[in-house]
Ligand binder design. Structure first.
Ligand code: FAD
Length: 396
């Protein structure tokens, strides 16, 4: 039976980045890890669940992590820098502005479109001789034995691995088979996304605007367009999806205002239901969960993949250390050390996004007044504001 050092189930952002990060590791004798990546979806980027029409914001710190993993150089040409962030609340005066120059960084973050990023990551995986991409393929069953995991695929192929990483997203098969306890919260909202063209160029400006209709984010992206994420109740989101383009742009203009001038065109709209879904303990015998398989977040502060990337980078660092020390990379000590070290960051980000989602989606006058005071205080108090800015850049 073929043996792999690591099998990664799922090749979305988290799984693909992890595979490439691990492929670069070396044992003290110079040998590399053998890695299998199992992906259910065919490599068709017109309809890939992990690399769809979404654009996501990568924090400044995520750029640093991607550099350490050796992946930034090929991503950089696909990334639009965010040089200015404005946070505001519709109908109130409170407002916070942050610029990259204030914090002496070239950008507060970057926006990337998932489809071209996915194409690039798949090309890179194909170039690595120690990555075997099995796609489309699915695990039929896996058995955790003391010294390895034995996996059987739907087509009957069987192999073993020292470590299985579940990067198979929020409906993780690995997680379901193990019946891992989860914390779930339905936000009662959907995110409507679209790429929008405006009369004024974005000039690197990102906007987060809280409105009675729900939070609206417009992020600078390629070809002068802005990537919209509009979180709204299910009914409102359904109604937004049903509008024709002109009526949709008019509704958006009403809520967002003229910060980008007139909104002139919108691309196709897509809708995502928003829930929090978090595994209580994302590690198990010879197995860890990363990315959305471990925690699905509200997109309000653009934290989902940034958190997943910190998981991936920390796991790669833990395995690098285990190889250097001659330890078994799937051992309980290595995996629980990794898992425990990640828990405070995961808990903080789940708490932050949930608090923001609840606070900024409410139209209750007391909460609206509190928000407004908060934004005003932040604008007036440099240390509050810089905490927010460093958080936006992914530093804690
Ligand atoms: C509207 C919206 C806006 C967002 N904005 C941001 C942002 O600005 N910044 C940010 O950091 N994050 C953002 N996110 C979150 C970010 O998109 C996700 O965190 C990230 O894409 C998740 O990647 P993943 O690889 O963990 O999971 P997924 O993308 O779910 O990938 C899982 C992969 O596993 C595969 N798979 C599933 N089941 C199986 C199986 N049984 N066998 C094999 N393969 C399987 C799937 O086909 C898929 O390729 C946003 C999310 C949404 C919805």
């Amino acid at each position: 039976m073929t043996h792999f050092d690591v099998v990664i189930n799922g090749a979305g952002m988290a799984g693909a980045v992890l595979a490439l990060g691990l492929a670069a590791l070396r044992r003290p004798d110079g040998s590399s890890l053998s890695i299998a990546v199992i992906e259910a979806a065919p490599p068709d980027f017109d309809a890939h669940p992990g690399f769809d029409a979404r654009s996501i914001a990568l924090a400044w710190h995520s750029r640093e992590l991607l550099e350490q993993l050796g992946l930034w150089a090929r991503l950089a040409p696909l990334a639009t820098p965010i040089t200015h962030i404005q946070v505001s609340d519709r109908g109130h005066f409170g407002r916070v502005e942050m610029t990259a120059s204030e914090y002496r960084v070239p950008a507060l973050g970057y926006v990337v479109e998932l489809t071209p990023v996915g194409q690039g990551l798949y090309r890179q995986m194909a170039e690595r001789p120690n990555i075997r991409l099995l796609c489309p393929a699915r695990i039929k069953e896996f058995v955790q034995q003391p010294d390895n995991i034995v996996l059987t695929l739907d087509d009957g192929a069987a192999f073993s691995a020292a470590l299985l990483v579940a990067a198979d997203g929020n409906r993780s098969l690995v997680r379901r088979q193990l019946r891992l306890p989860c914390r779930q919260l339905d936000y009662g909202q959907c995110a409507v996304i679209a790429n929008v063209e405006s009369a004024e160029p974005h000039r690197g400006r990102a906007f987060e605007r809280f409105t009675p209709e729900g939070p609206i984010a417009l992020l600078p992206m390629s070809q002068g367009r802005s990537s919209l994420v509009w979180c709204a109740s299910h009914e409102r989101a359904k109604a937004l999806m049903a509008l024709d383009d002109a009526a949709f742009l008019a509704a958006l203009q009403r809520e967002f205002g003229y910060r980008l001038g007139r909104l002139v065109r919108t691309g196709e709209r897509h809708r995502y239901p928003l829930v929090l879904d978090e595994v209580e303990r994302p590690w198990h015998h010879r197995l860890v969960l990363v990315g959305n398989a471990a925690h699905l977040l509200h997109p309000i502060a653009g934290q989902g993949f940034n958190l997943g990337l910190r998981d991936v980078a920390a796991l790669a660092a833990a395995l690098r250390q285990a190889l250097a020390d001659g330890r078994d990379i799937g051992s309980h000590g290595v995996l629980s050390g990794y898992g425990r070290a990640r828990q405070p960051d995961q808990a903080a980000i789940v708490g932050l996004t949930t608090a923001l989602a609840l606070l900024f989606s409410s139209d209750h006058p007391a909460l609206a007044a509190g928000r407004n005071l908060g934004l005003t205080a932040m604008a007036a108090c440099p240390s509050f504001k810089s905490q927010l800015a460093w958080r936006a850049m992914g530093k804690r």
